[in-house]
Structures are given as C-alpha cells and as structure tokens.
Design a protein around this ligand. Structure first.
Ligand code: DX5
Ligand code: ZN
Length: 223
C-alpha cells in the first residue's frame, strides 16, 4: 500500500478547516502532524489541543510525528486528542524499545523516526515491531527545506532489510519531498510520503499527489 501524508505545518493556520478539506479533496490518505517542543528541535509548533479541534473536521488518518524530548509524557494526550499513529524519535529517548512497547500497550500504533545523522542500522531491531519507520530526509524542525539525497540510502537499507525478513514495512520519508523527487523516494523503498510545502503551497495538490502515486507504481520492491 502507498500513502500520501500532507504535513499540516505548511498549511495556512488561519484557515485550517479549508486547508485540510483541500487535502482530502486532492486524495491524501494521512494528515501528518508535526509536534515540536523547542527543545528536541529548535522550533515550536502545536499541541494536543489543536489536534483534538481538527479531529472533529476530518476523517483523515492522523499521523502524529513527535519531535519532542519526552514523548511518553505527552503520548496519552495525543492519543486522547485523536492520533491514529504516534511516531517518536529514536534520538529523543534512552530506551526506544520500552517507549515503543509502552505506546503499543495503549493499543496505539507506534512508529520510530531517525534524523539524518542517525544510521539506519539502529532501527533493524524495530523492523517487524514498529508499525512504521520514519526516515527524516531533512534535519527535523522546519518545513520548506531541501531533501538530503544521502538519507535515501538509509531508506534503501531499511527496505532491503525488511524484504529479507519478510516484513511488510510502512516506511515513511519526511522532509523536502516533492512531485519531482518522489520517484527517488519510492525507488529507494518508501511507501509513505510526507509533503508539506509541495502540497499546501500549490493550488493544484491533486496533480502532485497523482505524480506521487505514479512514482510508487514504478516501485521495484512492493508490487
Ligand atoms: C520537519 C517536519 C516535516 C515538514 C515537512 O521537521 O517533520 O514534516 O513539515 O515539510 P516539507 O515537505 O515542506 O519539507
Ligand atoms: Zn514530520
């Protein structure tokens, strides 16, 4: 399966209901929600209050990306606010495996993310355990950056590992993804594409999503 996840961070915050509706109409599957605490990353975004407000206006799958220092402290608040999956950063905690288990014990799907400088191999033990793996293709913290091509090698490494293990892995890429580089992402093995600027800053998000889906159809691993 293939999923497109618009990142709300790039939306017009004065008009969220319409912005989300625009993504639904364009054929998005997920809504990617970037939670930043000004500590794990040098930026602050929004919290569970906003998530629960927008929960009332859409049925999109809420893909909550926690870029915060103490994910367990806030996980329950995001679950209550309507998250459908919670992804935390491997680098943000002492014991990622126990964080994963704690969140999954709440019957909440849980993903693990790595920043560009973290090697792919640290996530091998999570392939088959985590509900999703997120490879950041930019330094986390801000929308509108350019995808770092070397990060796609890690996507390839993780996809190959999953194929070898027989795991049907949800592998998400996040940061600088556009209609033009989507093919490289899917070719490397990604099957969940997050895009902020590429979807919210265009008047024709449907065309961008279509191009992303076409890129997946050329995908060599997951036919
Ligand atoms: C960056 C966030 C991304 C970001 C993506 O820290 O995790 O989700 O909003 O935005 P674009 O697609 O503009 O890079
Ligand atoms: Zn994100």
């Amino acid at each position: 399966m293939f999923y497109v996840a618009p990142s709300l961070l790039s939306a017009d915050f004065s008009d969220l209901r319409n912005e989300i509706g625009r993504m639904e109409d364009a054929g998005a599957n997920y809504l990617h929600l970037d939670i930043m605490d000004g500590h794990f990353v040098p930026n602050i975004s929004f919290g569970p209050g906003l998530v629960s407000s927008i929960r009332r206006s859409t049925n999109l799958f809420f893909d909550v990306h926690l870029m915060i220092s103490d994910p367990l402290r806030y996980a329950d608040a995001f679950i209550k606010a309507g998250a459908d999956i919670i992804t935390f950063h491997y680098e943000s905690v002492e014991d990622p495996l126990s964080v994963l288990k704690t969140i999954k014990a709440r019957e909440m799907p849980c993903g693990v993310a790595i920043s560009p400088r973290t090697p792919a191999e640290v996530l091998f033990p999570f392939v088959g355990l985590a509900d999703m793996i997120l490879v950041m293709t930019v330094e986390p913290g801000f929308g509108g950056q350019t995808l770092i091509p070397e990060t796609l090698d890690k996507v390839r490494t993780l996809r190959r590992y999953a194929v070898r293990k027989g795991v049907d892995l949800k592998l998400e890429v996040d940061g600088g993804v556009t209609a033009d580089n989507a093919w490289y992402c899917t070719e490397a093995g990604a099957n969940v594409l997050v895009a902020g600027s590429a979807l919210f800053k265009t008047r024709h998000p449907r065309g961008v999503i279509q191009k992303m889906r076409e890129a997946y159809r050329d995908h060599p691993f997951l036919k």
